[in-house]
Ligand binder design. Structure first.
Ligand code: SF4
Length: 439
């Protein structure tokens, strides 16, 4: 990289989808000869990829913009808060440009306008897999943008538009490049992974000389043959998801599904306008577990949604008890500016939301602790995330990075490195993590 190449600082806030946008911006900047600067004062310009999902995220994004303006002065804003351009401009009229999410071309145009690229033939030598912000051994692949649903608490479709699936050949090529570069785990993300391809009528493309359809099943099947862990996030319990369960195994397409159920009471789900809300979810989970006993399910829920009665909440707890989910996140409902749910009657007082949250978490912690206890004594293959002086932090196939639990392996070994698979025996557990020793 040329010493005088223009330097851009990047601040990436928000969810994994925003992280993928940041990775694409960095890849493009590097491809054009820009250097990525680790500090404000060494950068010629700063790009901030913002989140605008909930109030706290908006504040965090606005604070980050203010800090970058103070420290550097030349700031381009992109991402979900950027979609609300007036909010950014009202607070900070001096920002150079504001774009919405996944606007790579617009961000690059703004960078070119304020910091022209330098011509250097060496700068095009970027690795074919692009530049990743996650540790080298796992990577997120975003298979689509936007969403065709209109959940009443969510403003993502108004920020990001309707479902827009990437062509399957491009997705598979990206996956292949990542695997060749040493990635051991691929995390497939989108707003609605099971709807992949529906917007482009499952169009056929050619990959490695073979016709492949842009479809959820075909994607899962192709990815399952790459020889690495493949984890599916944001899947809804539609009947067609049944087809992929037989493809699952602990060393390929992982027996793991991240299904954001959000609630279990039919009336709350209806008010939320959730996808697949009329499916018999418990029956479907049971069928999947018969087909694939290793299956781990992760989910998230919202308590205190407008109109949620004591009876609705009781149904939610009963569902939790029966569904025996492996990993669960819970949020108290908080209104998002512009969301339809803000107009719903029966807003739940904060104290009751909090009380329900605590009751929910107490029950789930017990379920989770009991499930983890069942793993004690078993042998597992784990993927190493981090090697410390006296312990190794790793994960089983049942745990996604950053959101689920860990396996803490006692002791260490000089030859063990992040990204390697290790065989361990589980010796202990708590309500969140497992403890193990090397075999
Ligand atoms: S499925 Fe619902 S919550 Fe998820 S992005 Fe689409 S509208 Fe939002």
């Amino acid at each position: 990289m040329a010493q005088n190449s223009p330097k851009v600082g990047i601040v990436s806030l928000g969810c994994p989808k925003a992280l993928v946008d940041s990775e694409q911006i960095i890849t493009q900047l590097r491809a054009e000869g820009y250097t990525i600067s680790p500090s404000y004062n060494q950068a010629d310009l700063v790009v901030i990829n913002t989140c605008g999902f909930i109030e706290e995220a908006i504040e965090e994004s606005l604070d980050a913009i203010g800090e970058a303006l103070n420290e550097n002065g030349k700031v381009i804003v992109t991402g979900c808060l950027g979609a609300k351009g007036d909010v950014v401009k009202e607070h900070y009229p001096n920002v150079l440009a504001v774009t919405g999410p996944h606007a790579l071309q617009e961000v690059m145009q703004a960078v070119h306008n304020h910091l022209p690229p330098e011509h250097d033939p060496y700068t095009s030598l970027i690795p074919p897999q692009g530049i990743k912000l996650t540790p080298q051994h796992y990577a997120y692949i975003k298979i689509s943008e936007g969403c065709n649903h209109r959940c009443s608490f969510c403003i993502i479709p108004s920020l990001r538009g309707d479902l827009d699936s990437r062509q399957i050949d491009a997705v598979l090529k990206e996956a292949e490049n990542l695997v060749s570069a040493g990635v051991r785990e691929l995390l497939i993300i989108s707003q609605d992974t099971s709807a992949y391809g529906v917007d482009i009528k499952y169009r056929t493309h050619f990959y490695q000389g073979r016709p492949v359809k842009t479809r959820f099943y075909d994607l899962a099947k192709e990815l399952s043959q790459l020889g690495v862990w493949v984890r599916l996030h944001y899947v809804y319990p539609y009947p067609h998801v049944d087809e992929i369960i037989p493809l699952m195994r602990p060393d390929g397409l992982l027996p793991y599904l991240d299904i954001p159920f959000q609630h279990a009471s039919p009336s709350v789900l209806k008010a939320m306008r959730r996808p697949a809300h009329s499916e018999n979810t418990l029956a479907r989970l049971n069928e999947w577990r018969v087909l694939c006993p290793e299956l781990k399910i992760r989910s998230t829920f919202i308590v205190g949604f407008p109109g949620e009665t004591d009876e609705d909440f009781k149904q939610l707890l009963e569902f939790l008890e029966q569904a025996q989910l492996d990993r669960v996140g819970c949020f108290t409902y908080s209104p998002v500016e512009g969301a339809a749910a803000n107009q719903l009657p029966g807003q739940v007082p904060d104290a009751i939301k909090q009380q329900r949250y605590e009751q929910f978490m107490a029950l789930q912690s017990q379920i989770s602790a009991d499930k983890l206890k069942q793993a004690v004594g078993s042998s597992q293959t784990v993927l190493v995330d981090q090697v410390d002086e006296d312990k190794i932090l790793a994960r089983t196939y049942g745990d996604a990075p950053e959101i689920d639990g860990l396996v803490v392996v006692e002791g260490t070994a000089a030859n063990v490195k992040p990204g390697e698979f290790l065989d361990v025996t589980i010796t202990d557990s708590d309500e969140y993590d497992l403890y193990a020793e090397m075999d």
